[in-house]
Design a protein around this ligand. Structure first.
Ligand SMILES: C[S@@+](CC[C@H](N)C(=O)[O-])C[C@H]1O[C@@H](n2cnc3c(N)ncnc32)[C@H](O)[C@@H]1O
Length: 261
């Protein structure tokens, strides 16, 4: 098979298909978070690390104004082109979520599927949380979904799933290459096997992410001084089923509220 060694984020068409499966549940959940924690007052939303804008697009269709940033220009171009094609404004732009300036403040921000873990050191995560707080309206909400490192059970080391649209299908595999708890870094292998009627090829990548136990995340939030944890859920995205985070927890969606200070 032909193998292309490249960042999966440089291939937005395939990324968008592969990560599209949970889009409906995530979008519904963000709407329910708005209802439960903000009494439905959020009209402006923001997504750091928005990638292809799959969630931004889905939320724009629900009537929200959504702005997003990402480091990857190809993902941003894909997002803006899709918005434009469907008559929505092009509101995604290239920026680093560690430090950026958006056009206007928002009521609710969301950061799903481990993107937050791309910030690999304490300084950049604290800078991100500070930057987010400065641009979130009073009492606003920031939803962050990612995998914790469980302490009492073995972490999931391997995942594979497939997605199909028309003649295009992509089989994805993701696995752990290395865990360095002391440095709090994890390295993952990831590949997309892409099948089209005329071509079969693999995009092969390695991703580095910061690791968090529940205590490390709670301590980061406390250290930021700008946010408090007001709710915890898992990747079933069920607003009626909050979870209690404990040392066995792995997939968690934290709901943070901006502190009044
Ligand atoms: C797993 S994807 C998630 C994309 C999108 N949030 C979604 O739900 O589909 C992670 C994204 O984070 C972006 N990213 C990584 N580091 C970043 C940074 N420092 N600032 C902004 N974006 C970043 C990558 O380019 C990639 O598009």
């Amino acid at each position: 098979m032909e193998v292309i060694n490249d960042s999966i984020y440089n291939h937005p068409r395939y990324y968008d298909l592969v990560f599209g499966a949970d889009c409906a549940a995530e979008t519904r959940f963000i709407g329910e978070v708005n209802q439960k924690y903000l009494n439905n007052r959020a009209t402006r939303l923001f997504e750091p690390a928005c990638g292809t804008g799959r969630l931004m697009f889905s939320l724009a269709k629900r009537g929200f104004e959504v702005e997003g940033i990402d480091l990857n220009p190809k993902a941003i171009e894909f997002s803006n082109r899709r918005s434009d094609r469907h008559g929505y404004p092009q509101t995604a732009f290239v920026a680093d979520m560690a430090s950026f300036r958006a056009k206007r403040k928002w009521d609710l921000a969301f950061n799903t599927v481990n993107s937050f873990r791309h910030l690999t050191d304490t300084a950049s995560t604290l800078s991100h949380l500070q930057c987010m707080a400065e641009q979130t309206k009073r009492g606003g909400i920031y939803l962050i979904g990612f995998h914790l490192t469980p302490q009492t059970v073995e972490p999931t080391d391997w995942e594979s799933w497939s997605a199909r649209r028309g003649n295009l299908s992509v089989i994805t595999k993701m696995w752990t290459i290395d865990r360095s708890p002391r440095e709090r870094l994890e390295t993952f292998g990831m590949h997309f096997d892409v099948y089209t009627p005329t071509r079969l090829f693999r995009i092969s990548d390695e991703l580095r992410m910061r690791s968090y136990t529940s205590l490390q995340f709670a301590s980061l939030i406390k250290k930021s001084g700008r946010w408090e944890i007001v709710g915890t859920y898992d990747f079933t995205y069920d607003i009626n089923q909050p979870i209690t985070v404990d040392p066995s927890s792995e997939d968690v969606v934290y709901i943070l509220k901006k502190k009044q200070n």
